[in-house]
Design a protein around this ligand. Structure first.
Ligand code: SF4
Ligand code: SF4
Length: 153
């Protein structure tokens, strides 16, 4: 199916730290491998623990994710980024609720302006299925055997 609904403009709005990007062990392992680090070293450098004990990508002083390259305007770990980053803006809420879709459209300039809710939903589910993003995953520290000392701010 052709994508006629979305083209990322690399503005970095969705890479801001609000709520953090919660990651799984599988995602940590693939990002660590991509950066030629051990999972342990990766976690030491780039992961912090949220107040409710989840593991999150650290954020920089400007509020953006530690992996957002402000100069080049892009994600340093793009080919292996977390599933939640890959899935945006096709989050289930945006595919099921038109109001959420309109809010996402306001927020994300990558959702093409002419896009109607029905076509967004149709392509979104196609995209999620294609990338195997429809299943829920276990998350949080219990998925990990490595401890994290840094707290998210
Ligand atoms: S907010 Fe949209 S256009 Fe901007 S970086 Fe994120 S996905 Fe791309
Ligand atoms: S991992 Fe990449 S896409 Fe995801 S929030 Fe960080 S910079 Fe953005």
């Amino acid at each position: 199916m052709e994508n006629k609904v979305f083209k990322c403009q690399m503005c970095g709005e969705c890479c801001k730290g609000e709520g953090g990007i919660i990651v799984t062990l599988r995602e940590i392992e693939r990002m660590a491998k991509y950066l030629s680090l051990t999972p342990s070293d990766f976690m030491e450098k780039f992961i912090c623990k949220t107040p409710d004990g989840k593991l999150s990508l650290a954020v920089k002083k400007d509020g953006r994710c530690v992996f957002f390259d402000t100069e080049k305007k892009g994600c340093i770990v793009h080919p292996v980024k977390p599933d939640i980053c890959l899935a945006w803006p096709f989050f289930k809420g945006n595919l099921e609720d038109e109001y959420s879709f309109l809010m996402a459209k306001e927020y994300c300039p990558g959702i093409l302006r002419h896009t109607k809710f029905d076509e967004f939903k149709k392509y979104g589910y196609f995209f999620l299925k294609k990338h195997n993003l429809l299943k829920d995953e276990e998350n949080g520290p219990n998925a990990l055997k490595i401890s994290v000392s840094g707290q998210c701010e």
